[in-house]
Design a protein around this ligand. Structure first.
Ligand code: HPA
Ligand code: ZN
Length: 338
């Protein structure tokens, strides 16, 4: 039976999918320092406190300025494997049953790490995730502040690994880098059989124009963040009718402004398939259950709505229908047995 109030323990145990999670954003300070030492990389900090103190952001760009340089500690295939496995242990703790994991190949190839080093490390973790009882897939994101040509080259590099990558996305700095810049590469990715998603970050310059372009021009299957869609009720109706998911990240939003909880719940109540995710949990110190619980703590919502968020996460995932049905039944069983 549904509980009368939403507790942290109910939320943690609820079977869920995580659809907006950057693997590079799961690099916890402890592992970051260990890898820095192992690979002899100077990251400018030597203690966990120092690393944590560097996590001060008030905008997407100030976050990215801390985020990308830290990736220097990732050098060998084993490093990529280790960071992904460390996340998967966390995921299991939060009863994430399925995760579509973003990774940023250009953040590594641009500093001389081979594409195959990245994909082989991450894919080994995808394979081993099953031993932890978590199912996973990889989603390759292009860095939107790099050129369209660089994205096209990255897609070429990915084609031999087509069977190891489920979809493509777009992340990094949205300012001056609208969806249309990547029209051609997304069209090629679609033809190659990849699912498509794209960040439409919070309160960006021309957020609503970028959302419109991502939906109507690029024709993405999902939007990452995207809560500015509430500014245009026709677009809200469009995503609702098409069942297009929005992968929202309230705690990450809260770091640079407002959690956007009002918008998330408004969209949920309008029948839009919104989901709640953790984005970069090591940086925002919040794994997916923490994000879900934070939303419930700050904005009045019902236990049934919490369950609907979990249901949405499987419904808008890129799993085959039978797998979705199996996970949705797990939610039903969890609630029935509660
Ligand atoms: N937006 C853009 N780029 C990112 C994000 C995000 O939320 N997280 C990691 N890289
Ligand atoms: Zn993100």
């Amino acid at each position: 039976m549904l509980p009368t109030t939403i507790t942290r323990e109910f939320v943690k145990g609820l079977p869920k999918a995580e659809l907006h999670l950057h693997l590079e954003g799961t690099l916890e300070p402890e592992l970051k320092l260990a890898l820095a030492q192992r690979n002899r990389v100077d990251i400018g900090q030597t203690t966990i406190e120092e690393v944590k103190r560097s996590y001060q952001f008030d905008s997407l760009s100030s976050f990215l300025q801390v985020y990308y340089p830290a990736m220097n500690v990732l050098q060998q295939e084993e490093d990529f494997y280790q960071v992904a496995m460390a996340y998967l242990y966390k995921a299991r703790e939060h009863n994430v049953r399925y995760a579509e994991l973003f990774f940023d190949p250009q953040a590594h190839t641009s500093r001389g790490v081979a594409f195959q080093t990245v994909i082989n490390g991450y894919h080994r973790a995808v394979r081993d995730s099953r031993t932890l009882g978590v199912e996973t897939a990889l989603v390759m994101c292009f860095l939107r502040d790099m050129s369209a040509q660089s994205a096209a080259d990255t897609l070429e590099q990915a084609l031999p690994y087509r069977d190891k990558i489920l979809g493509v996305g777009l992340d990094s700095d949205e300012n001056g880098n609208p969806p249309g810049k990547f029209r051609e590469v997304f069209s090629k990715a679609r033809q190659a059989g990849f699912h498509l998603t794209m960040h439409c970050d919070i309160d960006q310059h021309n957020s609503i124009g970028n959302i419109r372009e991502a939906l109507l021009d690029i024709q993405v299957d999902r939007l990452d963040h995207g809560t500015n869609i509430v500014e245009d009720q026709d677009l809200v109706a469009y995503v609702r009718d098409k069942g297009i998911g929005l992968t929202c990240c309230p705690v990450s939003n809260g770091f640079v402004g407002d959690m956007k909880g009002r918008e998330i719940l408004q969209l949920l109540r309008a029948g839009v398939k919104v989901t709640v995710n953790s984005d970069d949990p090591a940086y925002f110190q919040s794994y997916v259950s923490d994000d879900l619980f934070a939303l419930a703590q700050h904005y009045p919502m019902t236990p049934a709505e919490m369950v609907q968020l979990a249901r949405n996460s499987f419904q808008v995932s890129w799993l085959p229908a039978v797998r979705k049905a199996a996970y949705l039944k797990e939610i039903d069983d969890y609630v029935a047995g509660y």
